[in-house]
Design a protein around this ligand. Structure first.
Ligand code: COA
Length: 146
């Protein structure tokens, strides 16, 4: 059950439903269809996350686990997978925005950073520019060079 797969276009409606029902923005999922990964259990998407490239940086976004499957390490598994992906792509750092899970990401090694210190390429992503509320915390994980 716990293997991570790249989501296929036909799985996008399930992703949108999972994000919507857990209070995360989903408006740009269709235009970013190839950046999402997830865990499927019996044809059902139970956890997901996305890694959006932005110049030499990455935006970790849309990390979500169905409430019934929380506390089993699925979010950690997906985060570690996305961090490895970003590292393999030569990304210098991963940024993310969250309203409710800043402590969670700090536990995984991310540091809080002021929004005005974020690179322009990250600021221009739709998540940053318009979809995530201004009240969301911004976190950063620097990656070592390959
Ligand atoms: C945040 C979220 C992804 C965690 O998923 P998960 O699979 O339950 O997380 P894990 O199993 O990897 O980790 C569970 C641990 O993190 C802690 N944790 C979970 N959510 C947390 C939060 N919002 N803040 C701080 N700690 C949190 C749990 O208490 C648990 O701690 P323990 O291991 O000491 O018992 C999930 O709660 C979720 O989908 N929330 C709604 C969407 C969201 O806020 N996404 C993040 C912003 S992009």
């Amino acid at each position: 059950m716990n293997s991570i797969v790249r989501l296929q276009p036909e799985q996008l409606p399930q992703l949108v439903e999972l994000l919507d029902s857990n209070g995360l923005p989903s408006q740009d999922c269709a235009e970013q269809a190839d950046i999402f990964y997830g865990v499927i259990d019996q044809d059902r998407l139970i956890a997901a996350g996305g890694l959006e490239p932005a110049a030499e940086f990455s935006l970790l976004r849309s990390l979500v686990v169905h409430p019934r499957y929380r506390g089993r390490g699925l979010a950690r598994l997906i985060t570690e997978f996305l961090v490895a992906q970003a590292q393999a792509q030569g990304s210098q750092a991963i940024y993310l925005l969250t309203e409710t899970a800043a402590d969670y990401f700090e536990h995984l090694g991310f540091c809080r950073v002021s929004r005005d210190r974020v690179p322009v390429a990250i600021m221009r992503t739709r998540q940053f520019a318009s979809l995530c509320p201004d009240s969301a915390s911004c976190l950063l994980l620097r990656l070592p060079p390959n």
